[in-house]
Design a protein around this ligand. Structure first.
Ligand code: NAI
Ligand code: PYR
Ligand code: MG
Length: 561
């Protein structure tokens, strides 16, 4: 540690200082694991090998890396992002070669304000920070969760054109409650249980103060914090810092866009959304984020008043690990309480506190079944059979949990039980299903990757000091409007990832326009707020496009003539 301090390296390496023997062991374990992964890996047995090759290119030649990623985004997003990034985090102690990003640990209390200057870049536009407590649906992966921050920022560069020299992945290591990691001598993080309560808050506060002191215009995206802290931290910082929580707010926007697409796919106008009956499995940061946003969207369509907000509540049934949530639930989570069903009402529907998902689907006959439970296969044959009773002409299934093995059901299961007309979306990518009769069952990827790059870029270019609800709503509406009537009728409710750069540009422009509307713009670099306010929509789109970084080799030597 003394050496690290003398060389200004504090924070630039994982917290656990390892001996050479441990390093050799770590390398050997990884080398041996390669053979195992090739045999037991997920759908793509070479996924980890591809990640290694890409990662080496990233270390060697950043321009080339992003050229490859942008040109082949459909093929390599599943490698640098979900699902492979989950596997990478699970195996990070072996895969770790060169450090990337910064580590702030519980041992760094009181040091963060100075160690933030160890980062070599004078300008940072975008930080993605995690504490590793809930990585995708894989639980607490401790310091290895840094992989998710790196993967998200890869998409910021590829999709939003944020300059890679100005992104910073951050891991806040407050310990881990993962017993396997606590016992693993090769674990790269602090081997202690997670700090909690005021001690935990003090560390996050110190981090926020440090990064905003050095880079006052940075945007901080909170990623994969356990639900318990996700909401609290969002409330704590959202009115004072340029920050948002991707799992709560980004996921909500993507779900809203998909839900509106599902309404259109039924041949109904979007304004019919408040009539949809929606069953949500999972009441964590993602599920509750979606529920709050969907309720607000319905309320706006119903007149945007107190009565409308109350009426919208009755369109949702929420099932968590203990079954249907009602007002009778003991120790009801505060964030879930607005969606707890009234007992009388639920009894009339033939349901009760704790009713199973199958029972709820059977009785409610929902238009939409949405999963953010992190439980692979939760939408069993029985649940899907029950959904056959849906009153919708085209029911929709959102199996949004990540990575692939955590999806609540596969598209094959959904289409084979519910037929060709069902709308299907999943958090991680699946291949379209060929019905063999000339028809294709479309698998949409309902993932917050469609929104967070545009939210970040739009916020950056607007100069807005906060990320407002209106800006998030504008992003979601823009994504919904991106799909044509023909596409939604075919069951395509999200765009192809190959157009992610164009989508992100449109979303960023929508975010800027909303920031102008709310009088939040403060300008960006040469363009001040007054100038920005005068821009037409086309000029805003042009402004966004011109500020998106593209990977090009700089010209270093010019011909004389
Ligand atoms: N597609 C996307 O863009 C996104 C997907 N996610 C995914 O959502 C999942 C959940 O994330 P969080 O909400 O943060 O996690 P969380 O752990 O806070 O919440 C999980 C929820 O699922 C419930 N649950 C557990 N077992 C269940 C069961 N058998 N039946 C019904 N509910 C059950 C739990 O009670 C809890 O309410 C993760 O897999 C994550 O990868 C999260 C953010 C974005
Ligand atoms: C996609 C994402 O943010 C998650 O699964 O947590
Ligand atoms: Mg996430």
């Amino acid at each position: 540690m003394t050496e690290r301090d003398r060389l200004d390296l504090r924070g630039l390496l994982p917290p656990n200082v390892m001996s050479s023997e441990q390093q050799i062991e770590r390398f050997m374990v990884d080398l041996k694991r390669l053979e195992v992964q090739a045999r037991d890996g997920p759908s793509d047995p070479n996924a980890l090998a591809k990640w290694r090759i890409l990662n080496r290119l990233h270390d060697r030649n950043e321009t080339m890396y992003y050229k490859v990623l942008i040109a082949h985004i459909e093929e390599y997003a599943p490698i640098v992002y979900t699902p492979t990034v989950g596997l990478v985090c699970q195996n990070y102690s072996g895969l770790f070669r060169r450090p990337r990003g910064m580590y702030f640990s519980a041992e760094d209390r009181g040091e963060m304000m100075s160690m933030v200057y160890n980062w070599p870049a004078d300008q940072v536009d975008m930080i993605v920070v995690t504490d590793g407590s809930r990585i995708l649906g894989l639980g607490d992966l401790g310091v290895h969760g840094i992989g998710i921050a790196i993967g998200k920022l890869d998409l910021y560069v590829a999709a939003a054109g944020i300059n890679p020299q100005r992104v910073l992945p951050v891991m806040i290591d407050v310990g881990t409650n993962n017993e396997k990691l606590l016992k693993d001598p090769l674990y790269l993080g602090l081997q202690q249980h997670r700090l909690d309560g005021d001690e935990y808050l003090a560390i996050i506060d110190e981090f926020m103060e440090a990064v905003f002191t050095r880079w006052p215009h940075v945007i901080v995206q909170f990623e994969d914090f356990q639900s318990k802290w996700a909401f609290k931290l969002l409330q704590r910082y959202r009115n004072t810092y340029r920050m948002f929580n991707d799992d709560v707010q980004g996921t909500a926007g993507v779900a809203i866009a998909g839900l509106l697409g599902a309404v259109r796919a039924q041949g109904r106008p979007m304004i019919d959304f408040p009539k949809q009956k929606i069953v949500v499995a999972g009441a964590g940061s993602a599920g509750i984020g979606v529920l709050n946003a969907a309720r607000k969207t319905m309320a706006r369509m119903l007149g945007n008043n107190e009565a409308a907000f109350e009426a919208a509540r009755s369109q949702f049934w929420v099932v968590d690990a203990q079954g249907l949530i009602t007002e009778e639930r003991e120790n009801l989570d505060q964030d879930a309480s607005p969606f707890a069903r009234k007992v009388k009402e639920i009894n009339r529907q033939g349901l009760r506190e704790g009713a199973s998902l199958v029972e709820v689907v059977q009785q409610v006959k929902p238009d939409v079944l949405l999963g953010l439970s992190a439980v692979g296969g939760l939408f069993t044959k029985e649940v899907l059979e029950a959904l056959k009773g849906s009153t919708a002409t085209r029911p929709a299934i959102f199996a949004m949990s990540n990575p692939t093995t955590n999806a609540e059901c596969t598209p094959e299961e959904a289409f084979s039980i519910l037929g060709e007309s069902v709308i299907f979306a999943s958090g991680s990518p699946f291949k379209d299903v060929d019905f063999g009769n000339g028809h294709i069952g479309h698998c949409n990827q309902g993932n917050n990757m469609y929104l967070f790059p545009g939210i970040g870029l739009g916020t950056l270019l607007s100069g807005s000091p906060i990320v407002s609800d209106g800006m998030l709503q504008a992003a979601a509406e823009c994504l919904a409007a991106y799909m044509t009537e023909d596409e939604v009728h075919e069951g395509i409710i999200y765009p192809s990832i190959s157009s992610i750069r164009d989508i992100t540009k449109e979303i960023a422009a929508a975010v800027i326009m909303e920031a102008i509307e709310e009088d939040l713009v403060e300008g960006y670099r040469g363009v001040d707020a007054r100038e920005l306010r005068k821009f037409s929509k086309e000029e805003i789109l042009e402004f966004v496009k011109n500020n998106m970084w593209s990977p090009e080799y700089p010209t270093l030597v010019y011909n004389q003539d």
